[in-house]
Design a protein around this ligand. Sequence first.
Ligand code: M6R
Length: 609
Amino acid sequence: MCGIVGYIGSEQAVPILLESLKMLEYRGYDSAGVTVFNGSLETYKIAGMIKDLETVIPQNVTGSTGIGHTRWATHGKPETRNAHPHLSSNVSVVHNGIIENYLELKERLSGLGYEFLSDTDTEVIAHLLHFNMNCNGNKCLLDGLAETVKELEGSYAIAALCAEEPDILAFARKDSPLVIGIGEESNYAASDVTAFLRHTKEVIFINDNEIGLLRPGSIEIFDQGGNRLSRDTETIEWDLEAAEKAGYEHFMLKEIHEQPTSIQNTFAGKLSELEGTVTLDELHLDPAEIKRLRRATIIACGTSWNAGILGKYLFEKLAGLHTDVETASEFRYSNPVLCGEELTIAITQSGETADTLAAVRSSSSYGCRSIAITNVVGSTITREADSVLYTRAGPEIGVAATKTFTAQLIALYMLAINFGRIRGIISANEAKDLIVGIKRLPGQIQKVLGRKEVINECAMQFADKHDYFFIGRYLNYPVALEGALKLKEISYIHAEGYAAGELKHGPLALITEDTPVVAIATKGHTYEKILSNIKEVKARNATVIAVADDDDTEIEKYVDVVLRVPTSHELLAPVLSSVVLQLLSYYTALAKYCSIDKPRNLAKSVTVE
Ligand code: M6R
């Protein structure tokens, strides 16, 4: 969702900016633009894709300082005039975030004679910066930007250029991600590291309310009070290939196939099957504190929320810990009853979801301790939460979450086993069984991937349907929710995920011979119950696709299609069933020629409310 990039160095800026913007395409956007210093500030922008932007930039544009942007429309339609950069005479600005007081600022600036050419909130930043530099004393770009951000309410990551200071790129951040890449005699700014991973892995994550400037060979960062900050650099572990397709037709397919390795990375070094323990030292949690816990609240959105439902069942079963799961966008405006001896667990693959961040801040204000489960090192949530459990799944570029979802599930299993052992709810032997089961999952996922042709055939058989239902009980309920979310997100087929027992309370009215029903029917204590639900929908002529264990010889009698998963520990089957449903969605979207990695209207990282 919106991406900013900046480059200052000795090479031509345009190709670097375009390549960086392409790396940010996955975040979601509808227009794009760049400003380059070529003797003066030259700006090119367009409503459309980066490839369209390339066609409007003349070949002869040179210059080694520039900023660029991909915009996902919030204020104003996706039109060229609303695309960034936004200009005010000698300054150019790109912005990620939302300026909440822009109408008030716009009125004031209009009164001062500034002419607005767009409907965006960002244009006020450009004019305000110009005003602060030129009419409010005579300030340099950095001081002008410092003055400007004092007046902004909302969220922002800003990169700015001024025609009179061509060797400087200024930046500022509040509640929107911004990271600096450190090259040799060149520096980069971007919304995320993938933008400049080709050039450098040495980075500095900019914190909220920090401001600074880049020169080709130096970086200066200041706090709100203007004090110079000394910041350590960090090295990104991801390789560029991790952010490329590596021969797969889509990132989503590549990321589905990465799961045997990605989940292994999530649990590497943490599981001891000999002792039946899970070690999570990075959480710095005191066992006494874990024992005292009375409640956990899981906060998340979308796929991460679906993972949270599984987390609730696991914490309650394995750790005897009452757990609520809250949609972050609702939680932040509710009146939660929380107290100090409670734990908040924020699940967010990006670590930048605005609603999840706000909900964590809200829970912290009640004195709750917080843990973040995230995939992105250095993301905002890692600074908001008291401790962090990284999923280490590697960069996920496809908008549809796949490998980060299964990695979140693994993180939740580990947390639940760790808590369960400390709280004395599960024995070492029970923990050992689960640990052995978790370690088998990579091989079992590989087997599921080996069956993708069967899943593809099934997807093609039903790709012309308008409605799909996904049903499951207990741990398979969140799998059903996630299966439905995945299908609707990338294939645009209307899909509903339901707790199977709820069907008869309304949705059964929608079941006809034209409604495929996917029943997640792996063995467990609710198996007989899901069989009854399958019979209910079969009686209404639905076609039933079951996800079932390899050793289930009964299921075929009741359903039309069976998609098999290797038999696993009952609690772990959701990981395998989820991979089946990811492939089902993928092949359905493929059959429908959908834009799989960048579905319409969606963004990878939802940094606005
Ligand atoms: O980065 P987060 O995990 O916080 O993102 C939450 C949702 O926006 C995300 O899971 C979304 O639902 C995905 N596109 C689903 O595939």
